[in-house]
Design a protein around this ligand. Structure first.
Ligand SMILES: NC(=O)c1ccc[n+]([C@@H]2O[C@H](COP(=O)([O-])OP(=O)(O)OC[C@H]3O[C@@H](n4cnc5c(N)ncnc54)[C@H](OP(=O)(O)O)[C@@H]3O)[C@@H](O)[C@H]2O)c1
Length: 286
């Protein structure tokens, strides 16, 4: 079998096209330009690329963005002060604090300080709680991107056994919570695996849908995948000058029914969902 490619780049482009029209209509009816404030502390090269991509994506769909660049030596108190200023700035609708933060800053403290109405990453406990209860204000960007990829590829999630590899707060846990909900592109039976899981390979092999988010290059091999499974690779790992996922793409493509590439799979979806959330935030606050 050769798997169908789930083209995240194309699906994200079509979502961004829809957003162009939605943003224009919102601006027309409210006279408000949705605005994302991005906060970057330090000079991590990957973070700089991510933030630049997010800013460019805002501009392309008619939204405003502003980058707040702080040195790596910024204290937690100074960062919290900036977050407080952005919280009360009525021209800012979404706040994104780019992770990771320097070690001397407590990420949880900073993320908790973002007002829930502007929390477009959906990291605040209030927004996570609403999402877990099935009444989301915002959907977390990468997990929502995964869900839309499943929907757009025509994957039947209802009743399927989804195995999520990884239990991070950003990807593993929220994607599992979203797919277990009652609703469309959900109603799955979900197993979450992590570094302490016993019989890992056996569990992975029982997945109808496998979502890999562990940050280990090409960890998932063809032998681990049930023939006909749908494989969503969230991983982004740099190996030499190549970017690879958590799944060995070529061999797994021979076994799976459908698979996302890296790059060009989940990555572009994350940004598209961030834009969607920023528009939602502007709507909520208008
Ligand atoms: N495409 C995107 O937009 C996007 C967005 C976010 C992240 N990512 C990528 O996705 C990957 C995961 O990111 P993350 O932030 O979720 O990672 P993370 O916070 O490092 O979490 C990794 C998870 O994988 C588990 N794990 C690690 N090694 C394992 C093993 N050998 N067997 C089973 N489980 C194992 C860990 O288990 P323990 O909890 O037991 O330690 C942990 O739960 C990274 O490559 C990251 O770059 C991509």
């Amino acid at each position: 079998m050769t798997a169908k490619l789930i083209d995240g780049k194309a699906i994200a482009a079509s979502i961004r096209n829809q957003l162009v029209a939605e943003v224009a209509a919102f601006r027309e009816s409210t006279n408000i330009v949705p605005k994302l404030a991005a906060v970057l502390v330090g000079d991590d090269p990957a973070s700089q690329v991510y933030v630049r991509n997010k800013e460019q994506a805002c501009a392309k769909i008619g939204m405003a963005s502003e980058l707040f660049r702080l040195p790596a030596t910024t204290s937690q108190a100074e960062l919290l002060e900036l977050v407080a200023t952005l919280n009360s700035d009525r021209s800012v609708h979404g706040i994104l604090v780019q992770l990771p933060l320097p070690r001397h800053i407590n990420e949880t403290t900073v993320l908790d300080a973002v007002t829930p109405l502007k929390d477009v990453d959906c990291f605040h406990p209030e927004n996570v709680g609403l999402m877990v209860q099935g009444r989301p204000r915002f959907k977390p960007c990468t997990p929502h991107g995964v869900q839309v990829l499943l929907q757009e590829s025509g994957t039947v999630v209802d009743g399927a056994h989804v195995v999520v590899l990884g239990r991070s707060e950003i990807v593993g846990k929220p994607v599992a919570m979203m797919l277990v909900q009652k609703g469309e592109t959900a109603n799955a039976t979900v197993t979450i695996c992590h570094s302490r899981t016993r019989n890992l390979v056996e569990i992975i092999r029982s997945a109808d849908i496998l979502i890999a988010a562990i940050g280990k290059p090409e960890f998932v091999t063809a032998e681990m995948v049930k023939p006909g499974a749908v494989v969503i690779d969230v991983g982004i790992n740099r190996v030499g000058d190549r970017l690879v996922g958590d799944v060995a793409f070529e061999p797994v493509s021979q076994v799976a029914a459908a698979i996302t590439p890296v790059p060009g799979g989940v990555g572009p979806m994350t940004i598209a969902m961030l834009l969607k959330n920023t528009l939602t935030a502007a709507r909520i606050q208008s």
